[in-house]
Design a protein around this ligand. Structure first.
Ligand code: FES
Ligand SMILES: [Fe+2]
Length: 452
């Protein structure tokens, strides 16, 4: 690891060129320490509220040695350590090959000696309880509580009872994203996969736009992908530079550039729909395809943008899908995606979103569990039932496969004796030093260093 330069001390220093050592990506010791210093201290996105529709619905969230049981009971949501206080059997098993356990129960019965727990965590049945001579108090037999809260339609847990509140943790991301009403979206698809790379390598394949010309050259036919990255306390976000008058273009509903933006927008929309199956909706694709019939050749780009978005919004409203109102200046300020510390990315828009998360797969620094879910707004009652599907790389949209192809190669390259630490682009890839600057506060090592 390089020792050049000063450690980055303040958020402003993230705007200068920095380098980041490789320990956070490849060191077995670092990965062991992550459990206690990071995962057991951080607020973690653990599921979606629609996964717990009624009293008795439950899911587990599993990370390294810890499994958290999240339940909807009469009082709302509750989270517990998924372990029986009797002899430590995991209370709810995760079926082999599945991402997590989920289902519906009126109580939880331990598979070993049948201690039984109510949905509020209280132990309500112990065989031969008198044998303990009164020592089994409610306190001793209750499932251990874990902090749980909600924002954006997600369930968040924190294993540290002394942690800050979720609202404090998410600041300022939550307030800036609230106008997009992400809680109203439902998944179109959800997939998970195990990659041969560290969880940070997987997330960092998506938190910058600098890789677009190199990894996705086909997109260059449709426009410019010059994007910025900014630190926001624990988090960061990215967005595109947009011309004056089309501030929406800093968000995800972007116009194609070139001679005729009516045609290039339609081409980009069709290409995105077919090859990424995300970042747009059928309504937007269809509205883009109609641009050439509804607008004369030579219509200026800002007008094409406004027309496209207005018509798509009207079409959706007819089927009961009402987009939230977000001012173009707000879209420009918020950008296209937020990296919520430590391991969740929300790629938001007014009518759809693409979310990624990555977490360790065991204590091997070279492996991670990666998940992606694509959401949109649906007419009342028409959202499809989706499950988390385990996949192989070839089962993903082609554009995402292009991203995946870099990951194992980066993980291997970082171990090379000739590699001196990463050199992220100080403007376009600033989300990366932001992540490591924040990680270092938890891990006590690995802060970016200046390149002066
Ligand atoms: S370990 Fe659960 S009842 Fe014994
Ligand atoms: Fe990509």
């Amino acid at each position: 690891m390089t020792e050049q330069g000063k450690l980055v001390a303040a958020a402003e220093d993230l705007e200068s060129p920095v380098t980041i050592g490789v320990d956070a990506y490849i060191s077995p010791d670092y990965v062991k320490q992550e459990r206690d210093r990071l995962w057991r201290k951080a607020w973690l996105q653990a599921g979606r509220l629609e996964d717990l529709p009624e009293v008795g619905s439950f899911i587990t969230f599993d990370i390294l040695d810890d499994s958290i049981l999240i339940v909807r009971n009469e009082d709302g949501l509750a989270a517990f350590w998924n372990v029986c206080p009797h002899r430590g059997r995991k209370l709810v098993d995760v079926p082999k090959g599945q991402r997590n356990a989920h289902g519906h129960k009126s109580k939880f019965v331990c598979g070993f000696h049948a201690w039984t727990f109510e949905l509020n965590g209280k132990c309500s049945f112990i065989q031969h309880q008198d044998d303990w001579q009164g020592a089994l108090t409610d306190d001793r037999t209750h499932l251990g509580p874990v902090k749980v809260d909600t924002w954006g339609g997600w369930i968040w847990i924190n294993m540290d009872p002394a942690s800050v509140s979720l609202a404090e943790w998410l600041d300022p991301a939550a307030a800036l994203l609230d106008p997009f009403q992400l809680q109203n979206m439902r998944p179109r698809w959800r997939k998970w996969i195990i990659f041969d790379c560290n969880w940070k390598v997987a997330l960092e394949a998506f938190n910058e736009t600098y890789h677009v010309p190199g990894t996705h050259p086909e997109f260059m036919a449709f426009g410019q992908f010059r994007g910025w990255g900014r630190n926001q306390k624990l988090h960061s976000h990215i967005g595109y530079e947009a011309a004056k008058g089309i501030e929406e273009d800093a968000g995800k509903l972007r116009l194609g550039t070139g001679e005729d933006p009516r045609l290039s927008t339609a081409e980009m929309q069709v290409f995105t729909w077919e090859n990424a199956n995300t970042n747009t909706t059928r309504t937007l694709v269809d509205a883009a395809l109609r641009l050439k019939d509804e607008l004369p050749a030579g219509t200026p780009a800002p007008e094409v943008s406004r027309h496209w978005i207005t018509r798509a919004k009207e079409e959706d409203a007819k089927r009961g899908v009402v987009w939230p109102e977000v001012a173009p200046e707000h879209t420009a300020k918020v950008g296209t995606a937020w990296q919520i510390f430590p391991n969740f990315q929300i790629g938001h828009a007014v009518n759809n979103m693409l979310c990624y998360s990555a977490r360790p797969y065991g204590y091997d620094p070279d492996k991670c569990i990666f998940e992606a879910a694509v959401y949109e707004l649906w007419p009342e009652g028409e959202a499809p039932e989706t499950e988390w599907t385990y996949t192989q790389p070839h089962e993903w949209p082609p554009v995402l496969q292009q991203d995946f192809e870099n990951m194992a190669a980066v993980q291997q390259g970082m171990k090379s004796g000739g590699f001196k630490g990463t050199l992220p682009n100080p403007y376009m890839e600033r989300a990366i030093p932001s992540l490591h600057w924040n990680l270092a506060k938890f891990m006590g090592q690995g802060a970016p260093r200046s390149l002066d």
